[in-house]
Design a protein around this ligand. Structure first.
Ligand SMILES: [Zn+2]
Length: 320
């Protein structure tokens, strides 16, 4: 395993982007396992969900969206603080940038380090990195729920924090009339999970229970194809939960017998590879995932900050 290229640094092949109209005025852009984005039309404005890694990358998405609507962007909703989700924000020229209270805290605390870390792990996503003007700061944050009224008979977008999960401050965008859920990285569809900043026990239990309770008919996960139909949505949530439960069980067992982090990594890899090994970013994520599960089960409450240096240290330790 020693020759394995670091994270996704060798993944240089462009992915095909697909814009889908999920309902009247509801759009999703998926990209074969690269981060997904979305948009919802109000009567005279747009709500955009997620900002991609750079303004140039975001501009390409907006050019596609502009083939359908020229309404101005009033709200840019950020599901969480990760760089590949937020650093393209300036391209939207949004009136309001919305995120969870904890996301603002995390950007202040570790936004710079996360930027450097994610750039090193996934350089292809950072299209023209010099176009990033700096960290993205939300201008409106909330703790529990925020509702955006779309006007006319378009209904609402409910932004909800469903508990700790992929990070400490994930929010989803729920369209109750259309039963469409933009889940951010709380649910992945046929893509591996990144859990390096996660709270596995909360995520795999109460948080995913709340996601499932929404009873969505269409789900746009953080990565992977649009999921259509209640059964398929339940399967995507179930896959996410299963991945987390396997990580917890395998790492817990190794810790209980006094084993090492590297042994936990080998055990997790063996337990997951048959089902998930072919999915995007599996090999990239797993060392960071196992490292965080290890810390969480060892009693470290909040995830340690990933830096470009720590990334390499953990990677080399687990692939030696
Ligand atoms: Zn993320």
């Amino acid at each position: 395993m020693g020759a394995r290229p670091f994270a996704s640094s060798a993944d240089v092949e462009e992915k095909e982007q697909t814009l889908e109209v999920l309902a009247d005025g509801v759009y999703a852009l998926t990209a074969e396992g690269d981060p997904n984005v979305g948009a919802v039309e109000g009567e005279d404005f747009l709500v955009c969900f997620e900002a991609l890694a750079t303004p140039v990358a975001a501009g390409e998405w907006l050019a596609k969206l502009r083939e359908y609507t020229d309404k101005p962007i009033r709200y840019l909703v950020l599901s969480h603080y990760h760089a590949v989700r937020v650093l393209g924000a300036s391209a939207f020229d949004a009136e309001v940038i919305v995120a969870h209270d904890n996301t603002r805290v995390l950007i202040a605390e570790r936004g710079e380090q996360d930027w450097a870390s994610e750039y090193g792990r996934m350089p292809r996503l950072f299209k023209e990195p010099a176009s990033i003007p700096g960290l993205t700061w939300p201008t409106l944050t909330f703790d529990d729920t925020a509702t955006i009224h779309l006007g006319g008979d378009r209904g609402v977008v409910e932004l909800r924090h469903l508990g700790r999960g992929h990070t400490e401050g994930d929010i989803v965008a729920w369209l109750p009339h259309q039963r469409i859920l933009f889940a951010g990285d709380l649910v992945e569809a046929q893509a591996a999970l990144y859990t390096g900043d996660a709270f596995h026990r909360d995520w795999s239990s109460s948080t995913l229970d709340r996601v499932a309770a929404l009873d969505a008919e269409t789900l746009v996960g953080g990565r992977g194809a649009v999921v259509r139909g209640r059964d398929a949505v339940a399967a995507a949530v179930g896959q996410t939960r299963h991945f987390l439960q396997v990580l917890l069980a395998e790492v817990g067992a190794v810790q209980a017998r006094g084993g090492t982090l590297r042994e936990a990594f080998v055990a997790c890899h063996a337990a997951l590879v048959d089902r998930y090994g072919g999915w995007p970013i599996f090999e990239h994520c797993l060392p960071f995932d196992v490292s965080r599960v290890w810390d969480e089960l060892a009693g470290i409450e909040r995830p340690e900050i990933w830096t470009a240096e720590r990334d390499r240290d953990v990677w080399n330790q687990l692939h030696s």
